[in-house]
Ligand binder design. Structure first.
Ligand SMILES: NC(=O)c1ccc[n+]([C@@H]2O[C@H](COP(=O)([O-])OP(=O)(O)OC[C@H]3O[C@@H](n4cnc5c(N)ncnc54)[C@H](OP(=O)(O)O)[C@@H]3O)[C@@H](O)[C@H]2O)c1
Length: 331
């Protein structure tokens, strides 16, 4: 039976934050389909997560051509969920996809050429059963393709009606400034940047956030929970159903060192003192800077999405709490 979304889903207008200097607002928490939505995963679990997320006001779902495994299967599954449950709600959804990592064999299935980006976008639309995506990203900078060509392909995607906005992912500060200039001159401003950012990975603080602020580009940090490290998942070993225990998971067990666990435990104590779960505190922490529009979470269970959304009830930090986090991270 098709899904009837909760009538309460827009009851909290403060959930939505403006994306840079654009007309678009995004929910403070967005859901990505990198893990747990592929062909190897349980379809009904993924479907339940999308339905619950939408019921809670999460309007933004993030994909890429290669999400699975196998590559492409997350887009296929998402397309199926859209048809089954959300077909009547397309205009309430912000759906993104990307091209930039290896997708098919030969010289045209990787990196940043116009040939690859535009062919990949057509494939993504077909897999999801969509006429357009809301945001199309260059998934990573290509050191060998002129940025004018990659940005020209993004601009073309918008002009041909196959994307509404464009974004950059994994570009450093300098590459972002150069790409943003080209996009602005083409008349298709860069909407958003998608970098890895969490308490455990702070590279964007070293220049990128300043570029985003200046250019009016929104920011959607991925892995804000460091793939689950910044949650209660690994406080006492590696649970059998956790990402670090899965053969195809990107989080490898050797990341869970005694030093990291000691830091996670201290952060967990601080989160408890704030009346939050560690996941909620980690999300509030990435959202503390207004340049960050939305935290792009992943999830393996409906309950994690519910837990994470509660983060928005307490986003503010006391200076002493921020100082304590700095001390723990440096320990
Ligand atoms: N642009 C890029 O290059 C790039 C790269 C990576 C990711 N991304 C995007 O970012 C999205 C998020 O990445 P991610 O999945 O690594 O993000 P994440 O939010 O850092 O980690 C998600 C994992 O954390 C655990 N988790 C989440 N909420 C929890 C909670 N409340 N309590 C306990 N554990 C919780 C779950 O682990 P378990 O599975 O162990 O339960 C979940 O799978 C991706 O889906 C993708 O859209 C983009």
């Amino acid at each position: 039976m098709s899904h009837l979304p909760a009538p309460t889903r827009y009851d909290n207008p403060s959930l939505y934050r403006r994306c840079g200097r654009s007309g678009l607002k995004l929910p403070a928490i967005s859901l990505g389909l990198w893990h747990n939505f592929g062909g190897v995963d349980v379809f009904e679990n993924g479907r339940a997560m999308i339905r619950r997320a939408f019921d809670l006001g999460i309007t933004h779902f993030d994909l890429a051509n290669n999400y699975g495994p196998p590559p492409g299967s997350a887009e296929e599954n998402f397309g199926k969920i859209l048809r089954l449950d959300l077909a009547a709600h397309r205009d309430e959804l912000i759906i993104s996809s990307k091209a930039g990592y290896t997708m098919w064999e030969g010289p045209y299935g990787d990196w940043g050429s116009r040939k690859y980006l535009l062919a990949s976008l057509d494939q993504s639309l077909k897999r999801m059963g969509l006429d357009y995506v809301d945001i199309f990203y260059s998934h990573r900078p290509d050191p060998e393709t002129p940025p004018e060509e990659t940005m020209g392909a993004l601009d073309h995607a918008v002009r041909s009606g196959k994307a509404l906005y464009v974004g950059l992912s994994n570009y450093n500060a300098e590459q972002t400034a150069a790409a943003a200039k080209i996009l602005r001159e083409l008349g298709t401003p860069c909407l958003i940047h998608q970098p890895n950012y969490s308490m455990f990975n702070r590279w964007i603080e070293d220049g990128l956030t300043e570029v985003l602020r200046k250019e009016g580009i929104g920011c959607i940090p991925f892995c804000p929970l460091a793939q689950g490290l910044l949650t209660d998942r690994y406080l006492n070993g590696i649970p059998a159903d956790a990402r670090a225990a899965k053969a195809h998971g990107f989080l490898k067990a050797d990341r869970i060192t005694p030093e990291t666990v000691a830091r996670i435990q201290k952060l967990n104590t601080l989160a408890k003192a704030r009346g939050q779960s560690l996941a909620q505190m980690a999300l509030a922490w990435v959202l503390r800077d207004q340049v960050v529009t939305t935290a792009l979470i992943g999830a393996s269970k409906v309950s994690q999405i519910e837990d994470n959304l509660v983060a928005i009830q307490k986003l503010a930090f006391e200076p002493a709490e921020l100082a304590e986090i700095e001390r723990i991270l440096a320990s």
